[in-house]
Design a protein around this ligand. Sequence first.
Ligand code: NDP
Length: 319
Amino acid sequence: MEREQVKCLIIGSGPAGYTAAIYAGRANLSPVLYEGIQPGGQLTTTTDVENFPGYPSGISGTQMMEDFRQQALRFGTDIRYGIATASDLSQSPYKITIDGEKEIETESLIIATGATAKYLGLPDEEKYAGMGVSACATCDGFFYRKKVVAVVGGGDTACEEAIYLAGLASKVYLIVRKPYLRASKIMQERVHHHENIEVLYEHNAEGLFGENGVEGVKLVKRLGESDEEHYEVAIDGFFLAIGHKPNSDIFAKYLETDEVGYLKTIDGTPVTRVPGVYVAGDVGDPNYRQAITAAASGCKAAIEAERYLAERAYQESIG
Ligand code: NDP
């Protein structure tokens, strides 16, 4: 297998990975960044980003990630297409396999592999992607002011998104497959007391319809053991909030994860229990999952990597 040695390897090309690259590049760490499955990350699947400071008129998610990429390139980041398919973090230098065919040995590693929003798997979700289907209310809710939207899910995220959207939209349907919400009590109460939210228990979405974007959702309601009712409801936006899957599988053997798979770090820092290995962005963040918080953690990870490498070099120099 082809082998290469680097000082600082960054995996992932969302706001966390690129910000880490900008800082690592400026610190002369000669970072190598692998873009991963979805170059540019989750933001490339949203429409306009209006809540990232510095873009007063908003910007498309794709353009913003291209700006980040250019800034990372400007400071010498070696950006490559490729997917990390295996890791060996048992000892330094750490080994990361790319596309199953090349091994990178790195002194420091920044894991910024992100999380992937779960979808129901309906063909219509793909058909209307960017045309009324979204997995991020904070990103896209603003476009549904005074409109009618549906949110799928019964957990804390779904309740939070429904409440957020209810402040903008004229009506929010919360589509819940069970006869109860899984969310915390306080979130349940907020949902039930919000006059703009209607909870549709024991409902599943089975399709969407519309000419030039989403105009409605096809629902199926469970009636007792064996009966069900099919009907349609007019909506303008369809939001998924059925959980995220952190892209952490190849590291789970070496790093601590929570029960969902989010990589755990020492509170408030990107530091893991493996020296020189850092976590940035959504792969370690079940709570905020914003571009700005991901970028901030990428910055912290690069600063930590720089300090770690400087300390190592110093220790080596004094023998
Ligand atoms: P959860 O896994 O808690 O909830 C997912 C929800 O989606 C469940 O109601 C589940 O239904 C539903 N669901 C999953 N698959 C489907 C499907 N195929 N069709 C229909 N419904 C489906 O994920 P969350 O993202 O809500 O939360 C993740 C973690 O983050 C939790 O621990 C949560 O508490 C935490 N969190 C905390 C917040 C806060 O404290 N402010 C805010 C957001 C998240 P079912 O119940 O039937 O399984």
